[in-house]
Design a protein around this ligand. Structure first.
Ligand code: ATP
Ligand code: MG
Length: 247
């Protein structure tokens, strides 16, 4: 469904070009899940922007089969501060031309699923960071996306809420057959949610390793020995990158 071929990205800074991503190649199958992990500043957000079509690569190519409906969760939530929580969640549906009843029902359902009942009329600035992240997740899910791009969607949540929402993302991926691409800093989250894990090197980001994690996708995976083994292995791969970095 998604094919990245030798993709590169550089940002112009005066007369110089700062390379951010180099020679990135991997693919994500339809209904598959892919986690992207790597040190801070290595280009994960830039890569997600390339995949979501918000940036164009300066080398190589990104191919997406068909024209899937996509939902995107940005690292800083990307909520509109002048719209209420309910209006933010329903935005994609309104743009699609859904009628008011349908928007209202879907928004109420998502407020309930995200533990935000009673906050529909609040503005994002009146919510905590974790609540705003849940609004962003609800907004992305509202349009029933076929592919979901997420940039650290759960980073501001407490451990148990985070696990609950990881389970929700797993359920969405599995039951609705959505292709998911998740950028995360969390080794455990990458292993729980990524059937394929793309490990990036420090800046400029290159693919350090592609870890096949075929057992991901099962709600009980966290309790298995293989899960623990995959986390340990991923930590060791990443450790090598952090060891060479200044503090
Ligand atoms: N619009 C831009 N113009 C110039 N440089 C940029 C731009 N966006 C990102 N960069 C540079 O690209 C590099 C990678 O940034 P990016 O945000 O993709 O990293 P990241 O892996 O998502 O980091 P983090 O884990 O901290 O979120 C950084 O060095 C950043 O300065
Ligand atoms: Mg980022």
């Amino acid at each position: 469904m998604l094919k990245v071929k030798s993709a590169g990205l550089g940002f112009r800074h005066g007369s110089a070009v700062n390379p951010v991503l180099q020679d990135i190649s991997f693919r994500v199958e339809a209904c598959g899940s892919c986690a992207i992990i790597g040190p801070s500043g290595c280009g994960k957000t830039s890569l997600l922007f390339l995949l979501a079509g918000l940036l164009q690569p300066t080398a190589g190519s990104i191919e997406i089969t068909g024209n899937p409906r996509s939902g995107t969760i940005l690292q800083n939530f990307g909520l509109f501060p002048w719209k209420t929580v309910g209006q933010n969640i329903g935005l994609g549906l309104v743009i699609q031309g859904a009628n008011r009843d349908r928007v209202h029902r879907r928004v109420e359902q998502l407020l309930d699923e995200m533990g935000l009942v009673g906050f529909g009329e609040h503005y994002p600035g009146q919510l905590s960071g974790g609540m705003q992240q849940r609004v962003a997740l609800a907004r992305a899910l509202a349009v029933d996306p076929e592919i979901l791009f997420m940039d650290e969607p759960l980073s501001s949540l407490d451990a148990l809420t985070r696990e609950r929402l990881q389970n929700l993302i797993l359920d969405v991926w599995q039951s609705k057959k959505i292709t998911t691409v998740l950028v995360t800093h969390s080794i455990e989250e990458a292993v729980f949610l990524g059937k394929r894990i793309i490990v990036l090197s420090r800046r400029p980001g290159r693919v350090l390793r592609i870890v096949e994690n075929s057992e991901a996708g099962c709600i009980d995976y966290r309790q298995t020995e293989n899960y623990f083994h995959q986390c340990t292995e991923l930590r060791a791969i990443l450790q090598g990158e952090y060891d060479g970095q200044e503090a």
